[in-house]
Design a protein around this ligand. Structure first.
Ligand code: FES
Length: 64
């Protein structure tokens, strides 16, 4: 599913950027080689990033 229409960023790309350490949409977009344009997607993108990072922390804590 496309998250950011301006940059054609889909959910999988955003999750990959979050797993690579991007804590917010702007850093995730920079990781993907672009930047926010209209800003419409930022709240939804932030939600996806937070869920992905929370899931990553749960996996890490279970492995420890
Ligand atoms: S939809 Fe993402 S910057 Fe416009």
């Amino acid at each position: 599913m496309i998250v950011c229409i301006c940059n054609a960023i889909d959910e999988d790309e955003l999750r990959t950027a979050a797993r690579a350490g991007a804590p917010c949409p702007r850093s995730a977009y920079a990781h993907l080689g672009c930047e926010a344009q209209c800003g419409t997607c930022l709240c939804f993108a932030q939600e996806i990033i937070e869920k992905e990072r929370a899931a990553l922390l749960r996996v890490d804590s279970q492995a420890a």
